[in-house]
Design a protein around this ligand. Sequence first.
Ligand code: TK8
Length: 334
Amino acid sequence: MKIKTLLLSCLIGASIVSHAVADVQTRQIRFGYGLNENSNQGRATKVFADEVSRLSDGKLRIRAFGGATLGSDIQMQQALLGGAQEMMVGSTATLVGIASEMAIWDTPFLFNSAEEADVILDGPVGQKVMDKLEEKGLIGLVYWENGFRNLTNSRRPVESLEDLDGIRLRVMQNNVFLDSFRNLGANAVPMAFSELFTALETKTVDGQENPFNTILSSKFYEVQEYLTVTNHVYSPWIVLVSKRFWDRLSATERDILLEAAKTARDFEREDTRKEAAMALAELQEKGMKVNELSLEEVERMRSRLVDVNQTIAQGVGQDLWDELQAALTELRSN
Ligand code: TK8
């Protein structure tokens, strides 16, 4: 009887293991991203690739392509939809053409801290927005941190809203960003990130806005003299899988990708926050002239952006908007 039980449990154990191994095929997964290899995005992609390899005994191989070598965010999204590329990480803001609900994350001054962003993005509202992608042909795995965005330009220090007048400012290809900066008085120009450095260098545009990390890793300090600390919006990145590819994966393979994306997310958020805390001083050392906005100017900025909120609520649906606001209110009451 005892031997039988032992034998049975051995058999069950063996079947789980062999099931898991048989369930993972040898596969190459092309994973594209927009920033340099030497950036928070690049470092986290490396963690993801290593973790996928570890969990799959080397059977699933992530081939990472940084620096937009597979294309801009929007081009990569299209390649995922068509099945020509398997995975990517990029801004949620550039996904609004595929899932309009993504625009909810572009709400100016939505989150007061990165920790608030974590709770909301990893909670039910974040999941609900992510799930909208599936019927469009994309699978969202997790949100990574791009971070709070700040303004740079090559013309003059921006100390008041009026200083934005006439500044040609590159924004992401997203109406909320376009409307926000038009409301603030800038001459907003939508453009892919992959074209940005050259556009700044040739003065096709005067300025741009991105987190300190990106200003540093993309060497924008070489072509931008002024940095204004605005923290006007928190940007998430999202890790995406082509649904055409996902549909061919076994449950074990899917679990491996999701688990690895979560491990990389936790690494990435910590790494990004550490880097952001150091980056401003480093940018100053590189010669950027940094200024903060007065509270009064921040208030003026907020009040100009209220219209944008109404447009976002209409675009993403009032129910979703209300759900997010309720989640934030609850979070802040704790
Ligand atoms: C990188 C972009 C970037 C974003 C932007 O591909 O476009 O300004 O902040 O991180 O997604």
